[in-house]
Design a protein around this ligand. Structure first.
Ligand SMILES: C[S@@+](CC[C@H](N)C(=O)[O-])C[C@H]1O[C@@H](n2cnc3c(N)ncnc32)[C@H](O)[C@@H]1O
Length: 225
């Protein structure tokens, strides 16, 4: 079922982990967050980590099921992770709490502060500052492309497409951080033209905008920021 949207719920699987699952499906067939499975070998050379620059305070404004949050925390960033969907947040909260209670994962998990909010509100509140803001909004799949992995399909069914991602980008620019990183599929237009640096991986690219780069200067002039 690739085209139609399914009703998604957050429920416990037989191992007591919260999972995102198609309503009515047998428990255990959804997507739980389990950071024990993430391979961290060669992490510093991953395009995501290189794109995010110097280790420091980072806002992951679109946490989802926390895959990127975990890699960034494991690489040494201090991550504030924001998720606005209640369903997705519950599943991620459960995964982060289990990691905090696991001696092998607790050090990495301690670098993550997870909040259920709209990141636009967080960015507009001006109460905090980050060196890097990372954005990975949902993007409509390319027609005819291969079926996305189940966790991605479940998140998409739970939250839809993030059609307001340009507002999020605007709020990120107004927050005056040193660097904004946007993950995009290769076929998608950049959120803002002419990124200063692009890091490519097999499936996606990371568009990097630095505060004093020409692209953001032009954007700020247009947006009167
Ligand atoms: C593509 S997923 C992110 C995947 C994530 N990077 C990962 O590694 O699992 C996009 C997520 O961002 C969330 N999101 C989009 N806009 C948001 C906003 N303004 N504030 C908070 N969360 C947002 C959506 O609810 C969705 O869960």
């Amino acid at each position: 079922m690739s085209g139609s949207k399914q009703v998604v719920a957050a429920e416990f699987d037989p191992d007591g982990r919260m999972e995102l699952i198609v309503a009515g499906e047998q428990p255990g067939h959804g997507a739980a967050v389990d950071f024990r499975r993430v391979t961290l070998r060669g992490i510093s050379s991953q395009p995501l980590v290189r794109a995010c620059g110097e280790r420091g305070r980072l806002l992951d404004a679109t946490a989802g099921l926390g895959g990127d949050t975990w890699i960034l925390a494991a690489a040494g960033f201090s991550v504030t992770a924001i998720e606005r969907s209640s369903l997705v947040y519950q599943v991620l909260r459960d995964g982060v709490d289990r990691a905090k209670a696991d001696l092998r994962l607790a050090t990495i998990a301690s670098r993550i502060e997870l909040r259920r909010e709209n990141a636009v509100d967080v960015l507009q509140s001006n109460s905090d500052s980050w060196a890097t803001i990372y954005l990975d909004p949902m993007y409509p799949p390319k027609p005819g492309s291969a079926l996305a992995p189940k966790p991605i399909r479940l998140v998409r069914d739970a939250v839809g497409d993030d059609l307001d991602s340009s507002n999020l980008f605007l709020a990120a620019v107004a927050a005056k951080c040193a660097r904004i990183v946007v993950k995009r599929p290769h076929h998608a237009e950049p959120l803002c033209a002419n990124p200063d640096i692009v890091f490519n991986s097999k499936l996606v690219r990371y568009d990097v905008y630095v505060r004093e780069g020409s692209s953001l200067r032009a954007f700020r002039e247009r947006a009167n920021l």
